[in-house]
Design a protein around this ligand. Structure first.
Ligand code: XMP
Length: 509
């Protein structure tokens, strides 16, 4: 299968570039910039995109590539830092700058090329850079500019293109066309990546790999493990057993819903382990958020390991690992990954007793969703907001008690129900209720009440690394607050969380 490689120099837009290429039907992979040259001597690699990145080419330790990569005969598109590193290696001059140019600019095309075929002479592009190219290498010609910089360049003889702006971002009006021109008309990649074929070939390869062996899978009810389970079940039927650990810290009726969908509806072998009491016992007196995460994570592993003992004959452990989890990226040491490490709670340690089966390893989240829909998983399960591994344990501030779990489940359920009813659920990225360890005085009927305060949280985000609070209307918030206070015993006051991330985090603990 033809593919386009995105070389990662640390840009936050890497995954977006690969997604844009895949949308064209061409498979795309993200690799670290220092991948050995040997790797590229592969006929299926039809093009290379050098991504942007936060460095200046003059920084000590700035990511560098060998100039040999340009001699492989593979078309190369350098974006932002990718343009600067190309010019640096070919003898151009880069101007360091203390001020970033960030935002929209007007691009003027001064010379036509295959890259800009079909796009207007002037259009809007998205800039996000500090340095820019002051003087092009003698081997290159300028094809376009903005008020402030050289915006497009091409090697005089080779299919090497440079862009100072970001075509992968939707603010660049003709960004998609540019990526399309590069992928299909310059690299001549054959667009034969599609999810129907992916499903068919993956089902076949699961069958071939598993043969007559048994597979176990930890089903959480979340999108990734559910789609993995459904795909594997399609391939090997009863040879798959799913272990569903009900921590007692899930959304209202979640356990029953998971069982009814996957066991009753899809006829999968799903074993539900009701471990709610066990988790609550361990959480007695635990107040510190990190400690809670640890307790829940360790208990999860214990319960799962225990359940697994009944399946000694199983040869494979299946997991819903997806592509963003496995990208060998230079951002691995960056802040994004540090934040993520505490999210791995609920993940399982390396298990040498089993071979791993990870059928979604190559897919982005929205591709996983599409596969799920294609396999018949209902849309409301597939489009669900993310839910953290430690569950309601980190949404009940301070000690987790059974009565508080119940109160929070009921309040959260009302909030989500109203979001769905008002067609807001799919507009916001993640919404939930947090139960605070604070009581306040209220009046209901003629009676004084003294009950808990709950916070409503709803955020809008693309990557969950940064987020802003959702601008829900006062009228809508009023409906939710009234319903919770009237219907949920134990809460008599609602506040709306208007903190962005950063400086806040999405969860409260
Ligand atoms: P924060 O609170 O760090 O959350 O802004 C970002 C996203 O990650 C989710 N989250 C978790 N997911 N285990 C998970 O599986 C965890 O321990 C965890 N903590 C936070 C959070 O719900 C949000 O989507």
């Amino acid at each position: 299968m033809d593919k386009i490689i995105v070389l990662d120099f640390g840009s936050q837009y890497n995954q977006l570039i690969a997604r844009r290429v895949r949308e064209l039907g061409v498979y795309s992979e993200i690799l670290p910039y220092d991948k050995p040259l040997e790797y590229f001597k592969d006929d299926s690699i039809k093009g290379i995109i050098l991504s942007g990145g936060p460095n200046s080419v003059y920084d000590t330790g700035a990511p560098r590539i060998s100039k040999e990569i340009y001699k492989l005969g593979i078309p190369i598109l350098g974006i932002c830092y990718g343009m600067q590193i190309t010019q640096y290696l070919f003898g151009g001059k880069i101007s360091p700058s203390n001020k970033r140019e960030y935002g929209k600019s007007i691009l003027n095309i001064i010379k036509e090329s295959k890259l800009t075929k079909g796009i207007e002479i002037t259009s809007t592009v998205w800039m996000s850079h500090g340095d820019h190219v002051d003087e092009l290498s003698n081997d290159f010609i300028e094809l376009g500019n903005t008020d402030s910089c050289i915006a497009i360049a091409k090697h005089k003889d080779l299919e090497i293109y440079n862009l100072q702006f970001h075509p992968e971002v939707t603010h660049t009006t003709f960004g998609k066309e540019i990526i399309k021109n590069f992928t299909l008309n310059i690299c001549n990649a054959v667009p034969n990546w599609n999810l129907d074929d992916y499903i068919t070939t993956t089902i076949k390869s699961i069958k071939d790999k598993v043969q007559n062996n048994q597979v176990i899978l930890g089903l959480s009810g979340g999108v990734d493990s559910s789609v993995a389970a459904t795909l594997i079940h399609k391939a090997i039927g009863d040879k798959l057993t799913c272990i569903f650990v009900d921590t007692g810290l899930l959304r209202k009726d979640e356990g029953d819903k998971v069982m009814s969908l996957y066991k009753d509806n899809f006829n999968m072998n799903v074993v539900r382990v009701n471990a709610g009491d066990q988790f609550l016992n361990k959480l007695k007196g635990v107040i510190d958020p990190e400690e809670k995460r640890k307790v829940i994570g360790n208990e999860f592993i214990k319960v799962f390991e225990n359940a697994k003992r009944d399946y000694k004959d199983a040869k494979f452990l299946a997991q819903g690992t997806i592509y963003p989890d496995v990208i060998e990226s230079v951002s691995v040491n960056g802040p994004s990954e540090t934040i993520k490490s505490h999210h791995n709670v609920g993940g399982l340690p390396d298990d040498l007793d089993f071979e791993l089966l990870e059928p979604l390893r190559e897919l982005f989240k929205d591709e996983v969703r599409e596969v799920g829909l294609n396999l018949g998983i209902p849309k409301n399960m597939i489009m669900r907001h993310p839910f953290p591994g430690p569950g309601l344990g980190i949404r009940i501030i301070e000690e987790v008690l059974i009565e508080k779990v119940k109160i929070l489940q009921d309040a959260d359920d009302i909030f989500i129900e109203e979001l769905i009813k008002n067609n807001l659920y799919e507009n916001v990225s993640q919404a939930f209720v947090v139960l605070l360890p604070v009581k306040s005085v209220g009046v209901m009927g003629d009676k004084r009440t003294y009950e808990y305060v709950a916070a409503i949280r709803s955020v809008d985000t693309v990557d969950f690394m940064t987020a802003t609070f959702s601008r829900l209307s006062y009228d809508f918030l009023d409906i939710v607050a009234s319903r919770i206070i009237n219907e949920v015993r134990g809460i008599n006051r609602i506040v709306y969380d208007i903190t962005s991330k950063p400086p806040g985090t999405i969860e409260w603990e």
